[in-house]
Design a protein around this ligand. Sequence first.
Ligand SMILES: [Zn+2]
Length: 552
Amino acid sequence: MTFAHKAMLLIASLALPCAAPLHARDADAPATGAPRLVIALSIDQFSADLFAQYRAQFTGGFARLASGAVFPSGYQSHAATETCPGHSTLLTGMRPAHTGIIANTWFDQSIPRANKAVYCAEDETAAAPAPGDYVSSVRHLQVPTLGERVKAAWPTSRNVAVSGKDRAALMMGGHKIDEVYWWKGKGFVTLAGATLGQPALDQNVAVAKVLAAGDGGYALPAACAVHDRAVTAGSVTVGTGRFVLAPGDGTGFRASPRVDRAVLDLATRLVDADRLGRAATPDVLAISLSATDYIGHGYGTQGSEMCIQLHQLDAALGDFFAALDARGIDYGVVLTADHGGFDMPERLQQQALPAAARAQAALLPKALGDRVAAKLGLDPAGLLLGEGPSGDVWVRRDLTPGQKAAVIAAAREDLLANPQVAAVFTAQELAATPMPTGSPETWTLIQRARASFYAPVSGDFVTLLRRGVMAMPVAAPGYVATHGSAWDYDRRVPILFWRKGMTGFEQPSAVETVDIAPTLAAWIGLAVPAGTFDGRCLDLDASPASTCGAQR
Ligand SMILES: [Zn+2]
């Protein structure tokens, strides 16, 4: 029995809070009885609302995890609820204000590229392999991940990540990843200069067979019949889809349950090839499943498509866990999401939310910039740079400080005159706002925006739309709904922890996704200096004992 184990028993027997001298623990030893493999699952766009809606229908992997420690109100507490920022919080334990990943895309006027746009998971200084392509990279992530910390403590531990999206795999894996794969085009790829390992080669062969054959789609589960109703948004009609796969259609494969199963199959191959979970020190396997997000964007959240997806994902997760069980691996799981989601306004309007709307095109940065330029007598070309009707906006950098201030003031006045706009905050206002504390559902809008603000990258001002206004003026095929708002349908996600034999419990109070990394670190006995994380350790032991040790 190690000293750490004795100390834990002491705490358990006395039900003491956190005064025991756990700092004296041998920093080189994992916690006694710690899981040998940490599996961090992110279900892209799996909102707390979807979890609540489908929870009673789950019988597979989701049901297993729901028997563990359930936090139904986990918060991606920041305002810019996009994929890259959300994934950046999961295994770093830090908010975007510290990870530096403020959005999927931002604008950097110092780079030679014509449109000045920088993707969160690219190396914009590297030559693209082909026109329109880019070099995937994690260079913009400012902090280490759990997998990196584990490897620093225990050099033989493995840090592996796999996903349907490069940014998801890279933000969860971090800078020092032993193996990382993501879906691109018609198969799995890896970092430039790295070798595509045998597990990915084998998985790509399996995928190619499915792609070549195509298939007639999925049967509709009986529980999904209620969702099977057509809804039209602009030129697009959705709601009754079955994911018919045309031969060779990689995009259709990606926006279907098939890609999640392929990612989980690849994860299983990696467990075998890398012998994950079999050594004395813990390994970290990060898995991000992207189909829910592609389906939410393409079909909304309340049609047959999302219902089929969640039933298929429940089954695929069940099969994945069964494969791990069959190998006798002692693994601990966390499942959460990078952000939530919202249904398409056209269906929301039919279903008791008449206030749901699409953002007006007049709110787009180009249109706004044209109005401001006309008012102030400035050249309108590139006056305002931004991705859409909400989020960060950058003012053209050749202006004098006085002109820039006038542009920001005029833009704010224009935006706040629009009833679809909730708030506009300047970089100065956000910089002067303390990092929020306390329960995230009570944060004000400026506090939410503060958690997304990273001065070296953030815009000159940020626009937040009113609740129910979707930052997508026009629906298009494959893109009828989106997330990214500062509202709880996009911020609130489930957080589920599970390990074989654990006593489950439910904690309905709000917690944050930045709590995941400190929780996992304590679970495996990884010593981390105080103040490392924005989040806190969540005690996964339902009894007076604690899994948080000195970090509680
Ligand atoms: Zn998305």
